[in-house]
Design a protein around this ligand. Structure first.
Ligand code: FES
Ligand SMILES: [Fe+2]
Length: 382
């Protein structure tokens, strides 16, 4: 968002605070417990992740030619790499020899900025995935057709500072349809040029959907986070907007009314608001003050999921001391999710697994949670 939109958003948030309310859905939603427990439904959700464009990260996750980013949570191991011409390749990260992934870390620079060598037996590929080297080929691999042994390409697209990939090599996608207009909310926050501090990987012993549910409402702040988040943001006050299958929620900080004493031209809206942006089906981009974080959640089993919490800063830390400060902040945010949200959701999961026949209720004040479930059900029904 640009300054003008941010200012308008502040006015909307001030009004919600004034009226002590939040954006409301039309009605209370009821969902079956089986949506969290049914193994057959889970299998379809895993298929969905493999066949629906996946948010990879902001463009700054691979800023320079030769930079790569790898992940293996969609059912297809994926290697994203920035080409010399500034574009991206997405490659199936399976070596044509015996199948090892080509990178040893989840992100970094290709060797000499221009090739990957397999850690198993050293086969080499260029940034386009072409096979360019086979050690001991004269003896071991006479007669192979190198041209047909390159890495397979996936559809990858980058727009408005966001990278998406289609894990299924037989499918392509329309990025504008995937975004559904959410760039209106996300543009202008520097997705192209922030600094990627790193990611924390957390395994949870509950459904990936329970994991996602925690991000879409501000209703629980004063009850579950009285000493942490509720000291910074209002409970149950959020401005919800839908974009295609995605949504965005603006939230005021507790100090927002201080702006009433400041002339509008001098407002620094980002200091008084934060934004949870949901990218269907499994990503949240959380924009707060001068930085942003992403949370990518993947299903593993009906009762197991993994989340990658990534931190993006306005600039690279200038020295060790500054880096330690940012790391400590990153750890603190992650700890809140793990010790406050996830430890409770673990128990929610057990209740849902108990075999007691009941409905899960999602309030009118939880439109984001409603949207995620509604969209999933729609896509899975087709
Ligand atoms: S598996 Fe890659 S070189 Fe053998
Ligand atoms: Fe929470």
């Amino acid at each position: 968002m640009q300054q003008e939109q941010l200012v308008e958003e502040i006015k909307v948030l001030m009004d919600l605070v004034e009226r002590n309310t939040t954006s409301l859905a039309d009605e209370v939603m009821e969902i079956d417990v089986s949506e969290y427990t049914d193994p057959a439904l889970f299998d379809r959700e895993k298929e969905l992740i493999r066949n629906y464009p996946q948010f990879v990260g902001p463009s700054c996750i691979v800023p320079n030619p030769g930079d790569y980013f790898a992940f293996d949570d969609t059912g297809v191991p994926i290697l994203i790499v920035r080409r010399e011409d500034g574009g991206l390749n997405a490659l199936v990260n399976i070596c044509s020899h015996r199948g090892a992934p080509l990178n040893e870390c989840d992100h970094g620079q290709a060797k000499k900025g221009r090739m990957f060598t397999c850690p198993y037996h050293g086969w080499a590929y260029d940034l386009d995935g072409k096979l360019i080297g086979v050690p001991f080929a004269k003896d071991g691999f006479t007669g192979i057709d190198r041209d047909s042994l390159g890495l397979r390409h996936l559809d990858v697209q980058e727009k408005h500072g966001m990278i998406f990939v289609m894990p299924n090599p037989n499918r392509s996608f329309d990025i504008d349809e995937v975004l559904g207009g959410i760039q209106e909310r996300i543009q202008g926050f520097g997705f192209e040029d922030h600094y990627y501090l790193g990611a924390k990987k957390v395994f949870t012993d509950f459904s990936w959907k329970l994991n996602m549910d925690t991000f879409h409402e501000y209703y629980h702040f004063e009850f579950l986070h009285p000493e942490t988040i509720a000291q910074m943001a209002y409970s149950n006050v959020a401005h919800y907007k839908q974009y295609g299958r995605n949504h965005s929620m603006g939230s005021p900080t507790l100090e927002i009314n201080e702006l009433k004493k400041v002339p509008e031209e001098q407002w620094q809206p980002r200091e008084y608001s934060s934004y949870v942006n949901y990218i269907f089906p499994n990503t949240v981009i959380f924009i707060v003050n001068d930085h942003f974080q992403t949370w990518r959640v993947y299903p593993i089993a009906p009762d197991r999921s993994v989340v990658y919490h990534s931190m993006f800063l306005p600039h690279e830390p200038a020295n060790d001391e500054e880096r330690q400060e940012f790391e400590a902040y990153f750890q603190m945010i992650n700890d809140v999710a793990v010790t406050e949200d996830y430890s409770l959701v673990d128990k929610v999961h057990r209740g849902l697994q108990s075999g007691i026949d009941r409905k899960v209720l999602i309030g009118r004040n939880e439109p984001g949670v409603q949207n995620m479930h509604r969209q999933l059900n729609q896509v899975l029904a087709t």
